[in-house]
Design a protein around this ligand. Structure first.
Ligand code: CO
Length: 199
């Protein structure tokens, strides 16, 4: 699967950038419908670089622009990277990251969606909450890379789920809102209570 769309990977990627702060549910920006990317310029590339840095260090497998306060239709993802948790001499823990295959999706459009799959999802904007979500099994997505070049990919399994999850962020939808009314309310309460405790 991975080799089918290698053209969209950032070549010679180096883990560098700035850690951005991630908006957590129910921040208003997470509810907005993001606007199309029209400028594929250095400013966009700088945000992409910082989003990847933030995603890897979280660690997470996907991050959409609205989550870092940018209401534009793009997201980054990498479902293949390796992370190893290591304990330092002082007892603190950190992740050692390697094997990066970052991808950037601008202005994604879902062409085909078929089948059904249930997968446990989590989200950097709803930390600590994990739940099974029903998604399409197979998707075909048209998108632009961060240089504005057009591509199309077919995805299944985790990549398909991740594309749908991230694309939802561009439409103002967080994964718990894909659940039944009861389950959503339950998880929302649980999450907000956890957030209160952290303060
Ligand atoms: Co998310």
């Amino acid at each position: 699967m991975k080799n089918n769309f290698k053209e969209n990977f950032l070549e010679n990627y180096k883990l560098e950038g700035e850690k951005l702060s991630i908006h957590t549910y129910p921040a208003p920006i997470l509810k907005q419908i993001a606007k199309p990317v029209t400028e594929f310029n250095n400013e966009l590339h700088a945000v992409v670089k910082n989003m990847l840095f933030t995603m890897y260090n979280a660690p997470g497998i996907g991050l959409a622009a609205p989550q870092v306060g940018v209401s534009l239709r793009f997201f980054v993802l990498d479902i293949w990277f390796d992370r190893e948790k290591i304990t330092l001499a002082d007892g603190s823990e950190e992740y050692r990251l390697s094997e990066f295959s970052p991808m950037v999706f601008c202005n994604p459009v879902f062409k085909n969606k078929s089948g059904e799959v249930i997968h446990e999802e989590g989200c950097l904007s709803v930390p600590g909450i994990y739940e099974d979500v029903k998604r399409f099994e197979l998707v075909t997505v048209e998108f632009q890379d961060m240089f504005g070049q057009h591509h199309e990919i077919e995805a299944d399994e985790l990549l398909s789920v991740c594309l749908q999850h991230e694309n939802d962020h561009l439409d103002g939808i967080v994964f718990i809102e894909r659940l039944s009314f009861l389950k959503k309310n339950l998880l929302e309460k649980k999450f907000l209570k956890q957030q209160q405790k952290k303060k």
